[in-house]
Design a protein around this ligand. Sequence first.
Ligand code: PMP
Length: 461
Amino acid sequence: MVKQLSNSLAHTDVSKTLHPYTDARAHERQGPLIIDRGKGIYVYDDAGKEYIEGLAGLWSVAVGFDEPRLVAVASAQMAKLPYYHTFSHKAQEPSIRLAEKIVGMTPAPLSRVFFTSSGSEANDTMIKMVWYMNNALGRPKKKKFLARNRAYHGVTVASGSLTGLPNNHTDFDLPIIPVTHLTCPHFYRFAHTGETETEFAARLVAEAEAVILQEGPETVAAFIGEPLMAAGGVMPPPAGYWQGIAALCRKYDILLVADEVICGFGRLGAAFGCEHYDFTPDIMIVSKQLTSSYMPLAAVIFSQKVYDAIADNTAKIGTFGHGFTASGHPVATAVALENLEIIEERDLVGNAARMGRILQTRLGELSEHPLVGEVRGAGLIAGIELVSDKKTRRPFGAAGKLGAMAFVAAQNHGLIVRAIGDTIALCPPLIINEDQVHELVARLSDALDDAAQWRSAENLS
Ligand code: PMP
């Protein structure tokens, strides 16, 4: 630690920045882990230590950390037209071609794209589009959102309101938009004793319907969900859940929004999470693996029906009064187009399905570990929940302590993971191969053994 802080870059970081999702005072003491370069699924810190990037950065780097084709496309676009915008009838080729590509990949009836730079901006844009649309359709009361506890939809004031995690609300005065957070659809934690997965799903759908009826269907505009909830703890939905929610949305004329920011472009071993779980949204939000996060880019993808309601109103008012300086940024959209080509050419969706099966099987073996309560996931995303008592599923009294310890232990063994409370999240790059899956699981297993020893030494229960 002292050695790190004597490094002038680390010292400058500690004295000049405030880091996202970081305990600032702890950061002043321990300093940063400075990541210096990347290769394939690996990154290297400034001392040269190698790590498997078990979370693909922030669930996002599909093609690995050194894809030369993305560098070449970015540099060519930089040289030709480094920036142009898409306001007031302007356009440039990469954003047009990318919109066409995305629409070609997404399931019907999605047919239109609006670009932003981040998932949060895309969700804010979606909220404003839904409100604007309902005003245009002469139903100004239809403005409320349904979301879920433990959902993650971003951190801006509106998208952060949809997010259902205490750390994103406490002391930020959120939520600020009309939203009801429904029960988190995580069977292991929230099913009643004796309830089957199908019964659990049916109860959650009934809960959603009760809220719609209580609020009044004429006031409920949209339901938003991640097909598989990721940042809240990697929680796949119970069987039948999405079919039930989709039917409710149709029944009450409520838009169904699939937040595919993590699931999109192959993460679950299908092109999109909604395909994996077999439901059709009216609106889809994508980002992250869209560019492998080499450039900031996100998109709202929506149906012609939504488009027409908005378009008619812009004709009346004279404009759609919304847009960002970087909406459709030419370098970001050029990189996205090449990234999607690579995902297709190398069949990375198929690879995610194949490697995902191996990863889930190998992680399943860790269920025997004394700390592991549940191993869950789909494709190349997984969560390993550490519990105090495997039989009763009792969590640790001091939530997050052991998760944080396992996170550090994994890092010591050359594996970067995310600890969400006491759940260890994995989401490696889609290019991962079989040997690397085994190496990842071996490093994780060593880390869990270290965590178990620490738990005994600290008498954590
Ligand atoms: N939606 C989901 C499902 C996400 O996982 C995230 C980011 N983890 C976001 C939205 C927000 O994206 P951003 O951080 O780019 O604002």
